[in-house]
Design a protein around this ligand. Structure first.
Ligand code: NDP
Length: 453
């Protein structure tokens, strides 16, 4: 089996050189689904695996814009339309200087299986730009978004490809992108999700990824007769996902100890409360400040700067029961994973996409802690985007309770699918195999139904 995986991966690497995050994401899925190919030889014959790692379409484009000084700036835009077997391409846009084709392909690939798990009819895609919104004025962000959409509009649509937010793309950016799309096509339609409530957005969409991540943690804990209540939770990141993961932990009676950003992290041993969380939301979403400012307001907490060259991240040494990584890819390596397990952490629910390196994942699996990979645990965001699409098509809005109930139900179904599939394939409790296989089979069966296209 290992030889087949190695041969397949050698071909993927040769064809997609220097896209290491994409290789990492493909490797994990291919490893998980080998037993499926053994049971279903028709997939091999139809070259499902070879087809599924090849995006249906990759779009790369120039994004020229003018900054506040009147200087012309040039960024690169991407949209990777990975797989539309089960529905229109769906997946967020990321604006971050680290964005390149390999990153967008890894995210788009993960999205295919995640969207399949949600039970909703959505294909997988992802996009973004190497534009850095940090330190830019509102008007610069607006001009960039307008320039980005001036090309993107011709490739997206409510029935073909529906982007949403991701790192660096929140309500403000979705507003500017939607405004430009509407102006160009002269139609008001659900081409983006994460929209404002007054113009087609869904209640609970901003909360959905973080809420869903914590619902998933709670489902995992339930399998061992436990709940979040009273648990010490370490959260990384301080953006959209982290903020609402923290909010849900507080609602369920857990203790939130940390937040981070790319410069460092804060530890508040007293734990957050609604007031402290409101401060973080204002700091990050309105003032667009740094997390270290938390200790100016709450001096009992402490701040530690991160060193990029360090072998491990001290954030993951903070003693906890539950870890909620919610910042970015590969933020937990094997040393970090070992530190978490050593400190007594028994549950990891990933809000970020692929936050744990393959070596870190191995540590979690071998130690038999509850480990929910991002493509299952953070699927609540895109699931609620799917609910936003349904509301747009019906031209009505569901109440907060209705959407939250549907989100909760979807997270329960995803958890159930992971548990049952892992069991059916002889690896009980392995949510990585469960998520990869359950997500894959639905897409593979559909590709079989549709012929070689
Ligand atoms: P935001 O932009 O709102 O927040 C991102 C947070 O992560 C910030 O605190 C940011 O710090 C930190 N961060 C970003 N890049 C790095 C880095 N290279 N090193 C350390 N910290 C970093 O993004 P989201 O909260 O939306 O996204 C967070 C994660 O969740 C991502 O992996 C995303 O793909 C995933 N996700 C998001 C969904 C959504 O609905 N938004 C859905 C599913 C997954 P700083 O301010 O310093 O950059």
């Amino acid at each position: 089996m290992a030889r087949v995986v190695d041969e397949f991966m050698a071909a993927v690497v040769a064809k997609n050189p220097e896209q290491k995050e994409f290789h990492q994401a493909v490797h994990e899925v291919v490893e998980s689904i080998m037993p499926v190919l053994d049971r279903r030889p028709e997939y091999r014959k139809a070259k499902i695996l070879e087809r599924i790692v090849e995006p249906e379409r990759v779009i790369m484009f120039r994004v020229p814009w003018v900054d506040d000084q009147g200087t012309v700036q040039v960024n690169r835009g991407f949209r990777v339309q990975f797989n539309s077997a089960i529905g229109p391409f769906k997946g967020g846009l990321r604006f971050h200087p680290s964005v390149n084709l390999g990153i967008i392909k890894f995210l788009g690939f993960e999205q295919v299986f995640k969207n399949s798990l949600t039970t909703l009819p959505m294909g997988g895609g992802k996009g973004g730009s190497d534009f850095d919104p940090k330190g830019k004025s509102d008007m610069e962000v607006m001009r960039f978004c307008q320039a980005f959409m001036t090309e993107l509009y011709r490739h997206v649509g409510p029935d073909s490809d529906v982007p949403a937010g991701d790192i660096g793309v929140g309500g403000r950016e979705i507003g500017y992108l939607f405004g430009q799309y509407k102006k160009i096509v002269n139609r008001f339609e659900g081409v983006l999700t994460g929209k404002g409530l007054k113009w087609g957005g869904s209640l609970i969409r901003p909360e959905a990824t973080g809420y869903g991540q914590v619902y998933f943690a709670e489902e995992m804990l339930n399998t061992r007769g436990q709940t979040i209540k009273g648990k010490r939770c370490v959260v990384s990141g301080s953006g959209n996902v982290a903020q609402y993961a923290a909010e849900k932990v507080l609602q369920l009676g857990g203790k939130v100890l940390t937040f981070s950003d790319s410069n460092g992290f804060i530890v508040d041993e007293e734990g957050m409360d609604a007031k402290k969380l409101a401060f973080v939301m204002e700091l990050k979403n309105v003032k667009r400040g740094r997390i270290k400012e938390y200790v100016d307001k709450y001096p009992k907490a402490h701040y530690q700067a991160l060193e990029a060259s360090a072998k491990c991240n001290p954030l993951w040494q903070v003693k906890c029961d539950v870890a909620l990584p919610s910042a970015t890819q590969n933020e937990i390596n094997d040393a970090d994973a070992a530190n978490l397990v050593k400190s007594g952490c028994t549950c990891v629910s990933e809000g970020a996409n692929m936050p744990t390196t393959p070596e870190g994942v191995k540590v979690f699996i071998e130690s038999k802690i509850l480990y929910g990979p991002g493509k299952a645990a953070n699927a609540g965001g895109v699931a609620t985007s799917g609910l936003e699409m349904s509301q747009n098509s019906m031209r009505l809005s569901w109440s907060r309770e209705e959407v939250d109930q549907k989100l909760h139900g979807i997270m329960r179904s995803i958890h159930k699918a992971c548990v049952e599939t892992a069991q059916a394939y002889g690896t009980p409790g392995n949510y990585v195999n469960g998520a990869n296989i359950a997500g894959f089979v639905k897409v593979a069966d559909t590709m079989m139904d549709m012929g070689v296209v």
